[in-house]
Design a protein around this ligand. Sequence first.
Ligand code: HAM
Length: 423
Amino acid sequence: MPENPAAPRGTQDILPPESEDWNELEGRIHALARRFGYGEIRTPAFESTELFVRGVGETTDIVEKEMYTFKDKGGRSLTLRPEWTAAVVRAALEHHLLTQGPLRLYYIGPIFRYERPQRGRYRQSHQFGVECFGYAGPEADLEVISMAWELVRGYEVSDAALNINSIGDETCRPRYRDALLAHFRPYLSTLSEDSRRRLERNPLRLLDSKDPADRPYIESAPTFESMLCDACKEHFETLKSYLELAKIPYVVNPRIVRGLDYYGRTVFEITSSLLGAQSALCGGGRYDGLVRELGGPDVPAVGFALGMERFLMILRALGDRAQPRRGLQAIALGTQARVALAPLIAELRRKLDVPTYADYEERKLLAHLKIADRNRARYALILGSQELAAGELLLRDLETRSDRRLPFDSARVLIDTLVEAGI
Ligand code: HAM
């Protein structure tokens, strides 16, 4: 027997009924984005490799180790989108969207990163993200943080924590970089291999290291907040006061530096203890230099992305994700009943918002009811020879196990009954 092909490592099939959770979450995201005045953007799943190298940054983990890069048959180097932001900026520039004033976009879709798969970390995962272009002030930071927070709060994720930090701008970053170099250099030989490699190229990334070897030196490192220039300090302080006014609880976490190069000033992450080691549910920040870096005008921007798999993991951990029973299972016992029921099934599927499940095999009632359970149907609509002779249908509520009889020839009565019962 040939072996069954398996999905590639680090990827997942999303199957019913779990796909219902995805649909529900996506529905809420679309509604949220609409309320905040964001329009949906969809970009290709692959882009030129160059875009991500320039956009995300050569010394980042993503570009150094994680991109799915391939040559197409025409010899072009292409990369499966490892994140959306650079692709969204590319599209906004290509379609001249940034010449028309501020722009608010959101997206839902897959990203691809060659990472070591584990709980909450996949090679294909999905993000919901937003990008707000054209505002340099902290009001836009507040706006995007509020969106992420509303989504999380809407699901009553009580242990979610908003961590914010500022990583300065081109005025104060060189100063902080020097301070970090001076701090870490004496410990060079005891730092982890990754950190040793990173120190000269990108010392901020050391603060992000999870390696226990680096921990004591990270804990004693100077914080960026203490070294911000006046303009960055003012931006950060105003954002904090806005968050307080908006009653969004936060902690200033000096270790949040983010793994992508385009950030400046505000960075933030929403974490949840329910996620375990991969605790970041959502990450984002300000990236005022990226549009120019990719050949566009000087347009400030801020955004975030939220990991959908991780969000659904949290919702599942919070429990009560059992699908409520919905719809009805049409059950015909015998050929005659099957023929009689067919037009009614068609009518129910046209008129009801909930599913009408049907099974066309000859089975015992018990077997039919098992199928109804598997479908999580709320009602069974049963037509057997007895009912047929009496011109009736049996409507069984599978939750309360109560039966009622309805006239067979009146689909209207049936539909009204079901609507009335709130199914
Ligand atoms: P990021 O921090 O790389 O930021 O990703 C954002 C979120 O996507 C993470 O917090 C996590 O929930 C989820 N995520 C990332 N990689 C994986 C993975 N391998 N498996 C499961 N979930 C994952 C960005 O991507 C930026 N583009 C966010 C942004 C938008 N900044 C400004 N605008």
